[in-house]
Ligand binder design. Structure first.
Ligand code: MRU
Length: 368
């Protein structure tokens, strides 16, 4: 999608140096547009952990490039196989909830392990990382096509009046490579001339909604309004939300959805107010090995300072300020799990399905 009218991806191979991977630094958006050039696997680990890049699909694509850089580093190692397994492990340990990470690493290991030749490994790894990136773009486009039909239907029922969509966190193009998951249908509806308006949850503590989703929608010219995290229920009670679309970091084979903390509360409010609650996700976010998300999905706990401090712009400078007594302890769960029963449907690249084992099986029979 566009930044200042110019098309961008969230990650790309450096044009001058094919051993360098460039990403947009998401820690400083929307105030600054800065590119970080990643040269080593340690830098990939840092970028994912510290959320220079974030969002489940983009974490996966970044890890795929990380494995490619691992192959470059492995060239000088005595035992390349052990080295690459160590790289895989350290990448895998960066963030626990988004299953796309493990998926991308295992895709990369599968091709890398096909040869013992160091140069060949590098070539194969780069090819697969570029493919995973392109697949992500195509998948997100198709998720948008399927989601578009839902928005078209609502627009038809509303006789062309504005469709109000609420989203949480950033499941936009910055969380993928292009298009986004939850936002893809919104962008495509907007491009098709359907009147849409997006309620953007700020998404404390890191404010991915305020910083990233609002930035994206603004850049794409999609009408939107920022709301604090507690507003959604009130809007739903007053008929001001037609549809909720969120992303996911991991969805179990029975349809339980892990997504950014606070998603569950939006799903409860949507359920109580008969507002359709959809989850847009690529199949790389489906964990076909897991059931019962509440019990089994590992939930990331992050530094308490993300809750105690808030980042913003003052006199052109990005600053962080304390918002509670310094000694007050804080708890920072990154994600929660919305049980399948609260989810109206899953919007995947193959089509929309029920959030249930039967529903998911319909589009992905080969995984069962
Ligand atoms: O902690 P983050 O910013 O990586 O969390 C991101 C989310 O929760 C997104 O909604 C999810 O990854 C889906 S992105 C298409």
């Amino acid at each position: 999608m566009n930044i200042n009218g110019k098309h961008h991806h969230a990650i790309w191979l450096n044009i001058q140096n094919p051993f360098v991977v460039d990403v947009i630094d998401q820690r400083v958006l929307p105030h600054k547009i800065e590119i970080v050039s990643i040269k080593t696997t340690d830098e990939v680990v840092y970028a994912i952990k510290e959320m220079v890049v974030r969002g489940a699909p983009l974490i996966g694509v970044t890890a795929a490039y990380g494995m490619y850089l691992g192959c470059v580093e492995a060239k000088d190692k005595l035992d390349a196989k052990t080295y690459l397994n160590e790289v895989a492990q350290k990448l895998n340990a960066t963030r626990p909830t988004a299953v796309n990470l493990a998926w991308a690493i295992s895709e990369m290991l599968m091709v890398i392990n096909k040869t013992d030749d160091a140069e060949e490994k590098i070539k194969i790894a780069l090819k697969r990382a570029e493919e995973i990136k392109q697949e992500d773009i195509d998948i997100c486009y198709h998720i948008g096509q399927h989601g578009l039909k839902l928005i078209q239907e609502i627009a038809k029922n509303k006789k062309g009046k504005t469709v109000n969509i609420l989203t949480h966190c950033n499941a936009g193009w910055l969380a993928t490579v292009d298009w986004g998951t939850a936002t893809s249908a919104i962008y495509q509806a907007n491009q098709a001339g359907i009147k849409v308006h997006v309620w953007v949850d700020e998404t404390r503590p890191r404010n991915q909604g305020a910083n990233l989703t609002a930035f994206e929608l603004n850049q794409q010219g999609v009408p939107h309004t920022l709301i604090n995290d507690n507003t959604g229920g009130h809007l739903m009670q007053h008929g001001m939300v037609d549809l909720v679309i969120v992303g996911s970091d991991r969805t179990t084979r029975n349809g339980d959805v892990a997504n950014k903390i606070g998603t569950y509360l939006k799903a409860l409010a949507a359920y109580d107010n008969n507002v359709p609650f959809y989850v847009a996700l690529p199949s790389s976010t489906l964990d076909f090995t897991m059931v019962d998300g509440i019990k089994n999905i590992p939930i990331e706990t992050r530094d308490e300072n993300e809750v105690k401090y808030i980042q913003g712009l003052e006199n052109g400078e990005i600053k962080s300020v304390l918002i509670c007594p310094e000694t007050t302890p804080a708890m920072n769960y990154g994600f929660d799990v919305t049980p399948a029963r609260l989810v109206t449907g899953l919007i995947t690249e193959r089509g929309v399905c029920d959030a249930s084992e039967e529903g998911i099986r319909k589009w992905f029979p080969e995984k069962f």
